[in-house]
Ligand binder design. Structure first.
Ligand code: HAM
Length: 415
């Protein structure tokens, strides 16, 4: 025997028993988001690497360490998408969506790829439900995005939720603040982890994310960006908060909230769940007012979220869905062609029908029909005749194979 092959590390198979919960999640996402005017978009699984290098940011972990990039054979670098926001902004610019009534509201349910260290809730191929609203900088868009995400998580019964909210201001305010923060880190350089020390100039904000005790102590006294916003950004944030307060959505303002992409401006947010282990982030997002322009489109504000499908399912109440009912099981000894024809006829009449496919004995076939919970069994003989058995009532009738479907449909209407 050859060596048994396995799915790559950090990936998993969606088996039939897991598929129903995912389908239910998709149906809920569709209802919540399409009800609010978001329409489905799907972009390609891979993009020019440039989309992420420019969009997500060259200094981010995602671009530096986590992308699956490859040559397209013609010297052009492509990358399996690590996230959905930059590709959607690329599509917005490419298809001239700025000519449509704004904001353009889009949603997606797609798989993404990051070369991260696999662990519970962290995969190398994972799925996200996301929504992006492009073309308006109204704080009501930010509040709508956060509230829709909260509704989605609530409807999916994701347990132990906590929402943190902050504002990152404009790139200019952020640049000035980064200088400030870098100076603070440099003043405490020997107390920091090697990792943070190496990134003081590249990405000092990541220091807020560190678990290292020395770094954490230094961050206690670090200046906070939220205290250094421009007047317009501070007002934008105050309005987002007012709208969420008005909607009765509880949240915490967390000035140390760090997101993994460079494209964010103004509002950022993250939902965590205490039903998850170390990978507690269920969903996150924010505003990205410069991203479309960075990808070659017209200046366009935008705001959105993405929620991890695996993490939502892990943190949600487990409600197994019933498989679809089986109306008819077709049993036979030698009359395979007649059984096949009857099964096809039944399906054409919208009955859920199965036929025997494993060469079982008659007894074994009845057992299989029972296991499937089939309502009727048609036992075909070799001469075009059949016994139709109602497995619930126990009634049995001699019929021809050609009469089976009509008989079931008639019984059904009489019931
Ligand atoms: P993100 O925070 O990187 O944001 O990812 C969003 C969610 O995807 C996370 O909260 C988590 O649930 C899930 N996720 C991320 N990485 C993994 C992984 N390796 N395994 C399993 N789940 C994972 C974004 O991707 C932004 N595009 C969100 C956004 C949309 N911002 C604005 N619009």
């Amino acid at each position: 025997m050859s060596e048994k092959l396995q799915a790559p590390r950090g990936t998993y198979d969606v088996l039939p028993q897991d598929a129903d919960a995912r389908a239910a999640l998709e149906a809920t996402a569709r209802r919540v988001l399409e009800g609010a005017g978001y329409r489905r978009i799907e972009t390609p699984t891979f993009e020019a690497t440039e989309v992420f290098a420019r969009g997500v940011g060259a200094s981010t972990d995602i671009v530096q360490k986590e992308m699956y990039s490859f040559d397209d054979g013609g010297g052009r670098s492509l990358t399996l998408r690590p996230e959905g926001t930059a590709p959607i902004c690329r599509a917005y610019a490419e298809h001239g969506m700025h000519k449509l009534p704004q904001p353009v509201k889009l949603w997606y349910l797609s798989s993404f790829f990051r070369a991260e260290k696999p662990q519970a809730g962290r995969y190398r191929q994972f799925w996200q439900v996301g929504a992006e609203a492009l073309g308006s900088d109204d704080p009501a868009v930010d509040a709508e995005i956060v509230l829709l995400l909260a509704t989605l998580l609530e409807e999916l019964e994701v347990a132990g939720l906590r929402l943190r909210l902050s504002s990152l201001g404009t790139p200019a305010a952020r640049a000035a603040y980064r200088e400030n923060l870098a100076a603070h880190l440099r003043a405490h350089e020997d107390e920091l982890s090697a990792d943070v020390r190496a990134r003081i100039d590249l990405n000092p904000l990541r220091a807020f994310d560190s678990d290292h005790p020395g770094t954490r102590a230094v961050m206690q006294t670090a200046p906070l960006l939220l205290d250094h916003l421009d007047a317009a950004d501070a007002e934008h944030f105050a309005t987002v908060r007012e709208l969420l307060d008005g909607a009765g959505l509880p949240y915490e303002v967390d000035p140390t909230l760090v997101r993994g992409m460079d494209y964010y401006t103004r509002t950022v947010f993250e939902f965590t769940s205490d039903a998850l282990g170390a990978q507690s982030g269920v969903a996150g997002g924010g505003r990205y007012d410069g991203l479309v322009e960075m990808l070659g489109g017209p200046p366009t504000p935008g705001c959105g979220f993405a929620a991890g499908v695996e993490r939502m399912l892990l943190a949600a109440a487990d409600t197994p869905a019933a498989p679809p009912p089986v109306d008819l099981f077709v049993s036979y000894d030698g009359a395979r062609a007649a059984a096949f024809k009857l099964t096809a006829e039944a399906r054409a009449a919208r009955l859920n029908a199965h036929m025997e496919l494993a060469g079982r004995s008659r007894k074994g076939q009845l057992k299989q029909a029972d296991r499937l919970g089939a309502r009727y069994v048609a036992m075909l003989d070799d001469d075009g005749g059949a016994v139709l058995k109602d497995m619930q009532g126990g009634a049995q009738h001699d019929v021809t194979a050609g009469e089976v479907v009509a008989r079931i449909l008639r019984d059904r209407t009489l019931r």
